[in-house]
Write a protein that binds this ligand. Structure first.
Ligand code: B1M
Length: 217
């Protein structure tokens, strides 16, 4: 079994104490940090998601695996930096009100930071008014990134955009949205400026929104 597969299994089975050494092992094997992140740390969460959907595992297993993933992410985080010191712009990231899912949002924030954006992560379960306040405190932010994982909370994205409109701040920023139940059609319906399916495309989208051309676009 490769070290990368070993890491993936360690996260899936929630072996908290073995994660750091497994990340080191996968890196020492010659795997790129981005592969260690995506294959070793994120893929097992997706595997568990399917098992959860099928009723084969329950919330505690998900929580322990999420903690494993976070430990691993902290280990690879310094290796993901582009080394580019010039800031590409400031992004405020949040998981919307009522939603406790922050793994995807954290990954988006991590890759945005690694690409050179300054990220203000205001957490999960963030009320629309708190997003407005964050923008008032960070008047130089160009983008707000909203994440939602529940079909019930995705409408909080619309509430957040409306709160920004009511505060007279909507035109000051671009708004990008993402998360499993969200799609381009929904993004268009709620008046967002962009939608991204994953963390890598979120970086491309953020660059596009601030007027930087990317090799993939
Ligand atoms: Co929950 N959960 N969960 N959960 N959970 C889902 C979302 C679910 C689909 C599972 C299922 O039933 N199959 C289901 C939602 C069903 C629905 O809405 N129709 C569900 C449910 C029901 C629940 C609870 C209600 C369960 C309960 O308590 N009975 C509860 C709700 C709590 C709440 O939020 N109020 C709950 C709780 C939890 C845990 C706390 C145990 C845990 C979250 C831990 C944490 O985040 N700290 C958890 C988890 C882990 C999941 C699954 C298994 C995995 C989510 C995840 O982290 N995926 C999930 C099933 C699934 O999605 N397959 C599920 C990995 C992550 C990297 O992917 O978040 O999609 P994702 O992010 C991607 C993209 O979506 C995108 O890029 C990311 C990286 O590629 N993206 C963006 C995300 N945000 C973006 C923002 C952008 C751009 C791209 O721009 C700003």
């Amino acid at each position: 079994m490769s070290k990368l597969s070993e890491l993936s299994a360690i996260v899936e089975y929630g072996k908290l104490r073995e994660v750091e050494a497994a990340v080191e092992g996968a890196l020492a094997e010659g795997n790129a940090p981005i592969d260690v992140l995506n294959i070793g740390l994120v893929d097992p969460i997706n595997v568990l998601g399917e098992k959860f959907r099928l009723g084969e595992i329950f919330v505690p297993e998900l929580l322990i695996a999420s903690r494993c993933m976070k430990i691993g992410v902290e280990k690879v985080r310094p290796l993901l930096s582009s080394g580019d010191v010039k800031s590409l712009g400031k992004v405020i990231c949040a998981t919307v009100a009522g939603d406790m899912h922050d793994i995807g949002k954290n990954l988006v924030a991590l890759l945005l930071g690694s690409a050179g954006f300054e990220v203000i992560d205001i957490g999960m379960d963030v009320e629309p008014e708190s997003v407005v306040e964050a923008l008032q405190e960070n008047t130089d932010a160009q983008i707000i990134g909203l994440s939602a994982l529940l079909t019930t909370t995705m409408y909080a994205m619309k509430d957040t955009i409306e709160a920004l409109e009511e505060a007279g701040l909507r035109d000051r920023v671009k708004i990008m949205v993402g998360g499993a139940p969200v799609n381009q059609k929904f993004a268009d319906q709620i008046g967002a400026d962009g939608y991204a399916t994953n963390a890598t495309s979120a970086v491309d989208l953020a660059k596009k929104l601030v007027g930087i051309s990317t090799s993939r676009s």
